[in-house]
Design a protein around this ligand. Structure first.
Ligand code: SAM
Length: 219
């Protein structure tokens, strides 16, 4: 595990019981209402792999329309909360590292990761995408959604490393401070990166989030 991964692990394990507060922020409600409709529409009738599903906030929405949904996270504490989500009885929850996705998860024609891509170190992006695409059929629909710079009002950047990764300090309810790798890729950066993996790349800027969608190429 890298240092950033170890830090993430401790942070998300401890934060799991009250993680969902991020979905109660008043300024996010319009975006959340839109995404709660849009994501199920995008994945209707598809076999979907969700990465870093956390406490399953988006899982519960995608489950309403997907033909099959496998929701994964590497950290057991948020995953345990996700398993309790109403409406997810048909979802298969699996502990899986997004950087080492096992082939026995199956093959999918949809993939989603919410608030995850920002945590992928710049130098690990291509390997992460290669690992994901091993499990995707050509024509699979892929959606990544994440925080835009509005989130910096709550958590300003405190550090940038040699690879260009940026970091925030975040305090948990017990007062402990955690350094979290959090990147804010631009549309141009995402499009350049994803062109190798997909076509019909569409970037959307919401008030609080960005979203990028594409159709997987045959690799
Ligand atoms: C910001 S949360 C996003 C949770 C959820 N997708 C959402 O949108 O609410 C990031 C998630 O990444 C998970 N995570 C951290 N490292 C991971 C890894 N290597 N593989 C998969 N998930 C990981 C954490 O457990 C946490 O649930």
């Amino acid at each position: 595990m890298t240092q950033a991964s170890t830090e993430m692990h401790a942070y998300y394990a401890q934060r799991a019981p009250y993680y969902d507060a991020v979905y109660l922020k008043p300024e996010r409600q319009e975006d959340i209402a839109y995404l709660s409709q849009h994501l199920p529409d995008r994945f209707r009738g598809r076999e979907v792999l969700e990465l870093a599903c956390g406490t399953g906030y988006w899982t519960q929405h995608i489950a309403t329309s997907a033909k099959r949904l496998v929701a994964t996270d590497w950290i057991i504490e948020p995953l345990d909360f996700a398993r309790l989500r109403p409406g997810t009885v048909s979802v298969v929850f699996r502990q899986a590292d997004a950087y080492a996705l096992p082939l026995d998860l199956g093959v999918f024609d949809g993939a989603f990761a919410g608030l995850w891509f920002s945590h992928v170190p710049v130098e690990a992006r291509v390997a992460f995408l290669q690992g994901l695409h091993r499990l995707l059929k050509p024509g699979a629909r892929v959606v990544f959604m994440d925080n835009n710079e509005v989130q910096l009002r709550d958590f300003p950047l405190v550090e940038t490393d040699a690879a260009g990764n940026t970091y925030q300090m975040r305090q948990l309810n017990d007062g402990s401070m955690h350094r979290v790798l959090k990147n804010f890729p631009t549309e141009a950066e995402l499009v350049a990166l994803l062109a190798e993996f997909g076509e019909q790349i569409e970037f959307s800027a919401l008030d609080n989030f960005w979203m990028v969608e594409y159709v997987a190429k045959a690799l």
